[in-house]
Design a protein around this ligand. Structure first.
Ligand code: FAD
Length: 474
């Protein structure tokens, strides 16, 4: 039986694409090699990490903030097993939810490793079974193929790392440590390293971050990463910046990390109970047979795709982490929707200028659009408006006064070009900026929009006021 579209990979890119395609009336199938649907995000990424981030944040709040609010509960006691069980249950409910949605939308699914044999043909090997159809299938015919195979853990360039996922761990192992390490070295000061480092720091680990660049959260607005580093230092994080890791090895204590200053100088070795290597992810297109199928890849191993997510082979599309762009679940989802619409004859489109990104630490960091550094580099004249949460009534009431809102707007037109928030709930607040930017709004539009009082979001309004005139409450 021929499908309209076969999607290889059921992460947020693949599963959302499948649902949208089915909703648009396309005969749809998904090939997934994992035992459960949902890809990296639902199984070993966004969802389990957020379950642990929330639980550990509550633990830290109970230990530090409750007393100041007049709640005396004594020192909180950690039940790590139960916390990990909460994480596992959250994952299970989400991956089962995807299976339910596949069924509801009459999407067939094949368990096994998919391979592109050429335009219109996908083979499935392994434990091949099909839901909805019955029987074993080795080759599937389809009018369109969507490659949504995501990404995998990247190592450290030029350094051999033997992950045992107990002592030397990737993000996957760091989601399931059997006990809180006394000390944890995180190699890589990016989002994943700082989020998982925060989990274990809140539960009692002494965390040291070793980062190649001179700043953490490379690529984020400079002011944001500087302030965030100060806040994490207050939480007990130690940073070794501008440090090139040359070795990660098992040791008597646990593991050791050797690094030297990027600018040159003496090497240093630190020991820790656990080392988390969080240096980023690599696109995963292994064993897909893309070369043989004539699909072009770029120099970084990503599938090459055009503005409509088409590869160079007609009828083959690619989305998500396996192509260029930020490795984010919502970017993959939006690409999945756009491809399904394109295949259905509609005008699928993703606005890459308005993709929010969030770091789910305490406080959260959220941004959308350009950083100040990017605007300077592009020679764009801009205005800056800032407002600190220390001057926001709701933030004071909740003891969440750390951080600020920063808005960047075009000097001539006042059009908002970038919004950056450090603060409690930043990941929710960023979306009013995203909607504004999607409609090409100005800082004055934002400032003249009535915001409920008392809310953290009033700081966004005040920062907008500060961009073209003056804030009220400072
Ligand atoms: P994936 O989710 O990687 O899914 C790809 C799927 O394809 C997998 O299920 C894989 O088994 C399957 N597959 C691969 N090859 C084959 C084959 N040949 N045949 C069959 N199946 C195949 N992003 C956010 O936006 N927010 C977050 O908070 C966030 N937190 C994260 C935390 C961690 C610890 C990690 C590791 C990542 C996090 N991410 C987060 C990133 C996010 O998980 C990815 O951007 C997202 O999962 C990419 O989706 P995808 O559909 O492209 O690929």
């Amino acid at each position: 039986m021929a499908y309209d579209v076969v999607i290889i990979g059921s992460g947020p890119g693949g599963y959302v694409c499948a649902i949208k395609a089915a909703q648009l009336g396309l005969k749809t199938a998904v090939v997934e090699k994992n035992a459960t649907f949902g890809g990296t995000c639902l199984n070993i990424g966004c969802i389990p990490s957020k379950a642990l981030l929330h639980a550990s944040e509550m633990f830290a709040e109970a230990g530090h903030a409750f007393d100041m609010l007049g709640i005396e509960v004594g020192a909180p006691k950690l039940n790590l097993k139960k916390m990990l069980a909460h994480k596992d249950a959250t994952v299970a409910s989400n991956v089962n939810g995807v299976a339910f949605l596949f069924k509801k939308n009459k999407i067939d699914s094949f368990r096994g490793t998919g391979k592109v044999i050429g335009a219109g043909k996908v083979s499935v090997t392994g434990e091949v079974s099909v839901t909805g159809e019955g029987g074993k299938v080795e080759e599937i015919e389809t009018k369109n193929i969507v490659i949504a195979t995501g990404s995998d853990v990247a190592g450290i360039p030029g350094v051999k790392v033997d992950f045992d996922e107990k002592v030397i761990v990737s993000s996957t192992g760091a989601l399931s440590l059997a006990k809180v390490p006394g000390s944890l070295v995180v190699v890589g000061g990016g989002v994943i390293g700082l989020e998982l480092g925060s989990v274990w720091a809140r539960l009692g680990a002494k965390v040291t971050v070793v980062e190649f660049l001179d700043t953490i959260l490379g690529g984020m607005d400079g002011e944001v990463s500087k302030q965030f580093q100060r806040l994490l230092s207050k939480q007990g994080f130690e940073f070794k910046l501008g440090a090139k890791v040359t070795g990660v090895a098992k040791s008597k204590k646990g593991a050791s990390v050797t690094f030297e200053p990027v600018k040159g100088g003496a090497a240093e070795t630190i020991e820790a109970d656990v080392v988390l290597v969080a240096t980023g992810r690599r696109p995963y297109a292994d064993s897909l047979g893309l070369k043989e199928a004539g699909v072009e890849m770029d120099e970084r191993g990503r599938v090459k795709s055009d503005g409509h997510l088409r590869t160079n082979v007609p009828g083959i599309y690619a989305i998500g982490d396996v192509i260029a762009g930020p490795m984010l679940a919502h970017k993959a989802e939006d690409e999945g929707v756009a491809v399904a619409e394109t295949i259905a004859g509609q005008a699928g489109h993703v606005n890459y200028d308005v993709i929010p990104s969030v770091v789910y630490t305490s406080p959260e960091i959220a941004s959308v659009g350009k950083t100040e550094e990017e605007l300077k580099k592009a020679g764009i004249d801009y205005r800056v408006g800032k407002f600190p949460f220390s001057a926001n009534g709701r933030a004071r009431a909740m003891l969440h006064t750390d951080g600020f809102v920063k808005i960047l707007a075009d000097k001539a037109s006042d059009r908002v070009l970038g919004v950056h928030i450090v603060g409690f709930g930043a990941g929710e607040m960023i979306h009013e900026a995203a909607v504004l930017m999607e409609f090409g709004g100005s800082s004055e539009d934002l400032a003249r929009t009535c915001h409920a009082h008392p809310t953290m979001s009033e700081a966004v309004k005040e920062a907008a006021l500060a961009t073209f005139f003056k804030p009220i409450h400072i």
